[in-house]
Write a protein of this length. Structure first.
Length: 309
């Protein structure tokens, strides 16, 4: 008999087809559809594929007595009540790493667009102007990476091609990397001309980039965030941009998504994209393959990749 899988995040049609070969699939992306999902059907669900936008709460978990595994489509697990899952012995798996190349590529695009002021120059040129301005180069800069996981490591590799000097801070030192380790975010900001942020949203990282840290980054410093919006204090960032306390910021993630906070909408030296760094055909393919392989392995009693609890 096929096991039953609940889908809480949009999946490509070919994924759904492949999942349906081995599972009974309940496509419940729409919140209203999920809310109306009958209790007798919830009781049979053994696996959930989750995202970052739709919350998966303790009550949701409690409504599924057979649930054994929750797998995210991306790296983030903040939408899932991991404590409730762990208390039940439910395995939670992150797809961390499958989109690392895509996010790192996008981070580089943001950094270059910000430092060279590409959006403003484009806008000025297409409206008939000739907005010539002297801008810094990335080559030779000091680049700090806050969070040297799969994405941070991929960014470091790309930054090395620009003859930058690289340092990082993570919860622990990473073995066998050639880059300088800084003991805390503040020390990393002191070091950096460009601060690349890749860390997840947790209680410990909430607003870790505050007014004090931005001041340490300095008036010639740039910050690029491809991690999670809650790691930056929005009010402090807006003040730093408006006062010239930092040179600029580029965000693929921000607090209040999908609505850009009002105080950032007219901020100078800001480049924003709508949380798309991990979106590429290649990343989608790799994420799907990881999910399919992990579900098969889990229900066959074999090891899985990416367990977080």
């Amino acid at each position: 008999m096929k096991r039953e899988v609940l889908i809480r995040v949009p999946l490509d049609e070919d994924w759904l087809t492949r999942l349906s070969e081995n599972f009974i699939v309940h496509d419940m992306v729409d919140p209203a559809t999920f809310a109306a999902f009958p209790a007798e059907r919830r009781a049979k669900v053994q696996a959930v594929i989750a995202g970052t936008r739709a919350k998966f709460t303790a009550d949701d978990i409690a409504s599924m007595p057979e649930l054994a595994i929750i797998h995210t489509i991306g790296a983030g697990t903040e939408a899932i009540d991991i404590d409730a899952a762990s208390a039940r012995g439910i395995v939670v798996i992150s797809n961390s790493g499958t989109n690392a190349a895509s996010v790192a590529d996008h981070a580089m695009a943001l950094a270059m667009s910000l430092i060279r002021d590409v959006p403003a120059m484009h806008a000025g040129t297409v409206t008939g102007g000739w907005p010539v301005a002297e801008r810094p180069q990335l080559t030779g800069k000091r680049v700090g990476i806050l969070g040297l996981g799969a994405i941070g490591g991929a960014i470091a590799q790309r930054m090395a091609g620009f003859d930058t000097t690289i340092a990082y801070h993570s919860r622990r030192k990473v073995a066998d990397v050639p880059w300088r380790y800084c003991a805390g975010p503040g020390e990393l900001a002191d070091f950096s001309d460009v601060l690349m942020v890749t860390i997840p949203a947790t209680a410990e990282t909430h607003h870790v980039i505050d007014a004090g840290l931005l001041a340490r980054l300095g008036r010639n410093g740039f910050v690029v965030n491809v991690g999670r919006g809650a790691t930056i204090d929005t009010a402090a960032l807006a003040e730093a941009l408006g006062s010239g306390a930092i040179a600029g910021a580029a965000l693929d993630v921000f607090e209040g998504e999908p609505e850009l906070p009002e105080i950032l909408r007219t901020a100078p030296n800001l480049v924003v994209t709508p949380h798309v760094a991990g979106f590429s055909p290649e990343a989608r393919r790799d994420a799907g393959e990881r999910i399919l392989a992990n579900l098969a392995a889990f229900f066959d009693g074999k090891p899985v990749i990416g367990r977080v609890n």
